[in-house]
Design a protein around this ligand. Sequence first.
Ligand code: VGL
Ligand code: ZN
Length: 198
Amino acid sequence: MTHALIVIDMQNDFCPGGALAVAGGDEIVPGINALMREFDTVALTQDWHPAGHSSFASSHPGKAPFETVEMPYGPQVLWPDHCVQGSPGAAFHRALDTVPAALIQRKGMHPGLDSYSAFFENDHSTPTGLEGWLRERGVGRLTLVGLATDFCVAWSALDAARLGFDVTVRRDLCRAIDLDGSLATAEAEMTQAGVTLA
Ligand code: VGL
Ligand code: ZN
């Protein structure tokens, strides 16, 4: 069974100086580059929103970043504008080695629907296609690293476990946003779902 590495959202906007900076987000780049060399199958994800995306607080008059709104698919945290398609903030961190990656899975492209997970949009039903790509390549085990532990990494890990993959999250190669205890909640949910936190 093939073991794949999924590198989540290692983009400028999630690193120090970016629009939605995760503390220490850039520290994990060298470790991720080294880990990629140990895997035959590597995929990267890239948060890739159209301008005016519905997950941006700026698209909701009177709302501020980090407030929550009800969307047709459930509660949605509002974020500063980030990872706008083609912008410098949406580019991968310049030190990230993208050469070993066979796939770059972009997500969050539907204007009215956010996507934290690499597998499904936030309605939990619109697939990105990553599951099929992995299955066709005989992948059964996944290791996840990247940003942010408590949002895109956790949602990807939970979906992957639900889909039947054997999932490990390398906590040392992730960094968290930690909004109102979201890291502790995400780690408890991952453990509950059978994800290995290494
Ligand atoms: C992410 C918030 C909004 C992430 C992406 O990569 O964790 N978080 N979009
Ligand atoms: Zn986003």
